[in-house]
Every structure is written in C-alpha cells, then in structure tokens.
Design a protein around this ligand. Structure first.
Ligand code: IDC
Length: 543
C-alpha cells in the first residue's frame, strides 16, 4: 500500500471511529484492540485495528491475535509484524509503535480476501475488549532483591531479579517514592534527574503481556553522590578515604582526623537512631562519622540476620544522606574469638560491601573487641574476612580489632609490639584501640601514642568513664587522650549515642521517646563534654 493510500485510510478510520463510536469497555488493567472495516468490496475488505493502552502506566509492546474463519485469508498488512499459523493471525508492534503511554493508542491495518471477520481476539494475552471475557488477570511474580548498583550525583542505577508470568513479562516499572519514574524491559535500569547528596527510595513492579502489574518489590534506599565539589559535608569534602603511611588520608592525599559517635547496640537502642537524632548529630554536633554498632550475640545479628542487615543498610543510607562517614561495626564481644562468627561475618560483609561499594563514605570494622584469644588468631581472622570485603569493595578502609578488647594487648599484659612485629597481611587497613578514661590511664595512653607512630590507629570506641560504660567521668584523663589524638590525627568515636541509663550514654533517659536531640538540654554530662569536642571546626585540607 502506498503512502497516500495509507494516509487516506488513517483519515477514514479516524472519521469512522468518531462517527460510529467503536467503543471498547474501559479496563483498569489491559490494553484493548478494536476492529473496524475501512473499505469493503464484497469479495474482500480492508481493516484497521486500534490498539489502546487503557492501563495507568506505559506499555512498551503489544501483540494482537485473532482467528479468521476458513476461506478468509490475509493479503497485505502494515504497521505491525505479522505471523500467521493456520487461521490464527498474530500482529506485533513494530519497533517504533510499541510504546504507548497511559491512554495512548496506535493502529495497524491489513486486507482480507474473503468475508470472515476476526474472532477470539486477544491483545497482550487478554481480551481485546478489555476486562471481561476471560482476559488474563494473573499478576506476574514480584521482582526480587531490588538493589542499587551504582549512584552518580544525579542518578541511581538499580537491578533486581526477574519476575515470571503465564503470559510473559513484558517489562518493569520503576517507582521513586511511589511515583512512576521510568519503565524498562530488562532487569536493571537507571533513574536520572536526581539531586546530589539526596536520599531516595525506589520500588519496582513487573508488567505482563496482559498489562497486569505484580506486587511491589522490596524498597531500596539510595543516596546520590555529592555534587561536583560543591558539598560541604565531611564526606563530600574528603571523599574516598585511604590509609597513607600511619594516617587516614582524604581524596587530596592529606591526613585527616574524623570525630563522631557510636550507636549503642542497635538491637537495644534503635529508637535513638532516627532522622531527628541524626540531624542533630550531623548539624548540631557536626559529627564526621557515625559508627553503626551491630552486636552479633546478645540478641543481635545471629537472631535475625536479614533484619539486622537491613537495619544497617538503612542506617548507612541515613548517615550518607547527611554527609557523614559510616563505620559498619561487627560488634563481636562474647564469644571473644572472632573466628567463631567468621561464617556469619562472610555473609554479612559480602552483602554490605556489595550494596555500598560505590559509596565513598563506608569503613568496615571487622571485629569490635576480640578477647580471650591471641593476636595470631585475630590476624588469621582478619586475613580471611578482608578479602571477602575487598572482592566487593576494593577501596574501602578496613578497621581491625586488637587483642584484649582492642587494647593492643595491654589488658592481657601484652603490648603493641605484637601487632607491629606481626601485622595483618593486607593494605589499606587500620588497627583499633578502645579506652575508657576512668579505667585506662597513662600506660594505655602511652601505648596508643607509641603504636600510632608505627601502625595506622583508629579509636573506634572510647568512654570518659570506666570500662563498664558507667560510673564517674574522668574528663581530665579523657582530655589527655583527645589532645594526643588531635596531635597525631588519630580519628575517634565516642561510646554511645543513646539514652541508656549509664553515664556513658550521652542522652538523658527518655530522650529517645521524643523528637528533640539538639543542644545540651537533653544531654548527660558526658554528652555535653563530648558534643563540645566534636563540634569544633574540622581541619580537612583540600590542597
Ligand atoms: C556495653 C553497654 C551495655 C551492655 C553491654 C553488653 O554499654 O549497655 O549491656 O555492652 O555487652 C565495650 C564494648 C561495648 C560495651 C562498652 C561499655 O565494646 O559493647 O557496651 N565497652 O561496657 N568495650 C569496653 C567498654
């Protein structure tokens, strides 16, 4: 058929549709296809099908099928790809007319030799007239394991596991905050047009050939990367960290010191980790880093691996959205041999590192406080878990606990030399030291000072009280540590950001039942003291 004839056909079809009101039942879930003769010469006719998307979301393909009675055959056809088998005829969209927005329509045409008209018409597997009459109503299975695979300053890429369906899955809808953002045909996609350093949530639904939508997938949060140099948060300024000699260096290869807070055990004090408290930590306290303390025992990870892993994902996103670094603390404590939880650690860190590998603000703390176990066992554990993390996230800094509750061995009567003489066989790692100022006096301080001149040290936990996290504060001794750590640029994190009754929990009891976390009115003395020391100006060289 020549172009003029086709144009004339289209015009007459439009007129015909308007005049005789070729109506189809509106359908909430399907495309529809309506048949109309556009010319009839007795021994044959020319016809046009109008395919309309009656769903509320875009479809990216369509296929109309129908029977013609024996004796009626199709001659030529246009604007669709035809395949015929016996008296069943199938018309699929061309590459250029498969995508139909909500409410949009398109046409295809053909000529028939004979007088028979289409019966048993389906479009995308459902009835051509929409809802009634046996259209497919079975929804595809829900897409699984939705995850963010990478972020830029203005886009988030996602991937998920495929859905299945009886009439075939034709594509997926990606929703941002519940609103349709884009549609794709494969099991991955990118949402663009986003704002830098902003947290978003995404879900996905599968579409089938009949236009049915699956249930909503798991929700994933992702935070866009900081904008090009414009950010002023600690994570935006410093970017990906790496160990340089004995120091922690920023993206300008300049040594920096991070200062911040550790959560309490997230199995007990999740109520203290919320948007209000984290806003206060980032903007009122001006913290650089949040340590996410996930116990393994004592009601922690081992009781609900999925739930605790998801909680850590969530806290990472919230820290990221506020421009803070996030230390993922594998808070093993009892039993004290980290090897006892090695297989759990493999599972956990594989998922955490794989999900967050494209972020530049994650540090991995692989063993909170080994105890009752020698340095060689800790070193062996570290040399097994570090490659697990590196396989996913090659450039994340890893923090390794030391003997006797991360005292560099001192609380077992040993010293830092056991680490210096027999370091972990890995790069881009630091060793941790924990102190409680009312329990750990100058011999501990001196060991930290000596060690920091030889190996990279990070104080991932300290308190101003006794090692119980309770009792009287010794601010004088604590200040001596802080002075040392400022001089040597040793990063530090204080225990703990909760309203536990003990003196080392910064908030007054009951604070986490409310919504106010800023200022000093909600703080115990240790909280007032440490907030004052976190919120002083950072020294982050960018030259
Ligand atoms: C303490 C908590 C306390 C909890 C206890 C359970 O303050 O509420 O009942 O753990 O094990 C550490 C540990 C850290 C301790 C903290 C204070 O890493 O888990 O928290 N501490 O005792 N090492 C030295 C002190």
């Amino acid at each position: 058929m020549n172009r003029l004839r086709r144009l004339a056909t289209l015009v007459s079809a439009t007129a015909l549709a308007a005049a005789s009101a070729v109506l189809v039942a509106p359908s909430a879930y399907a495309a529809t296809a309506s048949f109309a003769k556009t010319q009839d010469w007795g021994s044959g006719y020319e016809a046009l099908f109008t395919v309309r998307n009656d769903t509320s979301s875009t479809i990216t393909s369509w296929r109309v099928e129908f029977d013609l009675p024996g004796g009626s055959t199709i001659g030529s056809s246009w604007d669709a790809v035809r395949t015929s088998s016996g008296n069943r005829h199938s018309f699929a969209n061309q590459s250029w007319n498969g995508t139909l927005g909500a409410g949009a329509s398109t046409t295809f045409g053909f000529t028939v030799s004979g007088t028979g008209t289409p019966t048993n018409c389906t479009v995308n597997g459902g009835s051509c007239t929409g809802g009634g009459g046996g259209g497919d109503t079975q929804a595809p299975t829900t897409p699984g394991n939705l995850r963010s695979t990478s972020v830029t300053a203005n886009s988030v890429s996602l991937a998920w596991n495929a859905s299945t369906d009886n009439v075939g899955v034709t594509g997926y809808n990606i929703y941002r905050g519940g609103t349709l953002a884009t549609t794709v045909t494969g099991t991955s996609g990118t949402v663009g047009g986003l704002t830098a350093a902003t947290a978003y949530t995404f879900t996905v639904r599968a579409r089938d050939a009949a236009g049915n939508l699956s249930a909503v997938s798991n929700q994933v949060s992702a935070t866009t990367a900081p904008g090009g140099g414009g950010g002023s948060t600690p994570a935006a300024i410093n970017g990906q960290l790496r160990v340089c000699g004995t120091k922690l260096c920023n993206r300008y290869d300049q040594p920096i010191q991070l200062r911040g807070m550790s959560t309490h055990g997230i199995q007990w004090y999740a109520q203290c980790v919320n948007n209000n408290s984290l806003d206060a930590l980032a903007t009122d306290w001006r913290a650089d880093v949040l340590r996410i303390s996930m116990y393994i025992q004592e009601g922690g990870y081992e009781t609900d691996p999925r739930g605790f892993t998801d909680r850590v994902h969530d806290y990472i996103e919230r820290a990221t959205a506020r421009g803070m670094y996030a230390i993922v603390d594998w808070h093993m404590l009892t039993p004290g041999d980290p090897n006892d939880n090695l297989s759990r650690a493999r599972t956990f860190f594989t998922e955490i590192a794989s999900r967050h590998k494209d972020k530049t603000n994650i540090l991995y703390e692989v063993a909170n406080e080994p105890n009752g176990v020698g340095w060689s066992s800790i070193k062996s554990y570290a040399e097994q878990i570090i490659p697990v993390i590196r396989a996913q996230d090659p450039d994340g800094v890893v923090l390794v606990g030391t003997r006797a509750w991360s005292s560099l061995g001192l609380s077992d009567g040993a010293s830092e030399t056991e680490v210096i003489n027999n370091p972990v066989n890995a790069t881009n790692i630091m060793y941790t030291f924990h102190f409680y100022a009312a329990s750990h006096g100058s011999s501990y301080l001196n060991a930290l000072s000596r060690a920091a001149d030889r190996i990279p040290m990070f104080v991932t936990e300290f308190g101003t009280q006794t090692a119980s996290g309770d009792g009287a504060n010794n601010f004088t001794q604590a200040q001596a540590y802080l002075d040392l750590m400022a001089t040597k640029k040793i990063s530090w994190v204080n225990w703990n950001f909760s309203d536990d009754f003990r003196s080392g929990a910064v908030f007054n009891t009951g604070t986490c039942n409310g919504t106010s976390y800023a200022g000093t009115g909600v703080l115990k003395p240790a909280g007032v003291w440490v907030r004052d020391r976190i919120r002083t100006a950072d020294d982050f060289p960018t030259g």
